[in-house]
Design a protein around this ligand. Sequence first.
Ligand code: FES
Length: 187
Amino acid sequence: MATTVAPSDAAHPHGSTRRDFLFLATGAGAVVGAAALVWPFVSSMAPDAETIAAGAPIEVDLSPISEGQIINVFWRGKLIFVRRLSAKEIEDMKAVKMGDLIDPAPYYARVKEGHDQWLVSYGNCTHLGCVPIGHQGNFEGWACPCHGSQFDAVGRVRRGPAPINLPIPPYAFQGDAKVRIGEGAAA
Ligand code: FES
């Protein structure tokens, strides 16, 4: 049961949260346990742990995710962020100049056409693999607590030492309210 889902801090768009602290203090295992209580309907859509470990796609129900919210899921043992961008975040991210980016990637290279309010990315910092904290830093995205890397709302690195953007896993939408991670092409 403790398979895939952890809630995020997205309900707190400003500043760090107690949940952020707990995530850091107790590790992902504890967060997954707590998450199973909070969002059982999401985890119930996933295959069992053995199947996931074997690399099967996982399905994520997007309908409970509100604008601006981030959820954390696990696929093949890797942390994945699923984020529903707000209209302002979309607008701001589209306006970023490529010259301001460490690893230049336009907005549309980070999302899927027709579903461009959704970011699906791996959730470990590309420096040394720490888990960056959502809605932290200067770019509407994530900040890595250990060495200070910052990512924007579509997972593009904006401040090092992380050298590259958060990678995009393969995923495909099943209509507007469901995504299968582990299937299809990366964005
Ligand atoms: S692991 Fe993220 S900045 Fe070091």
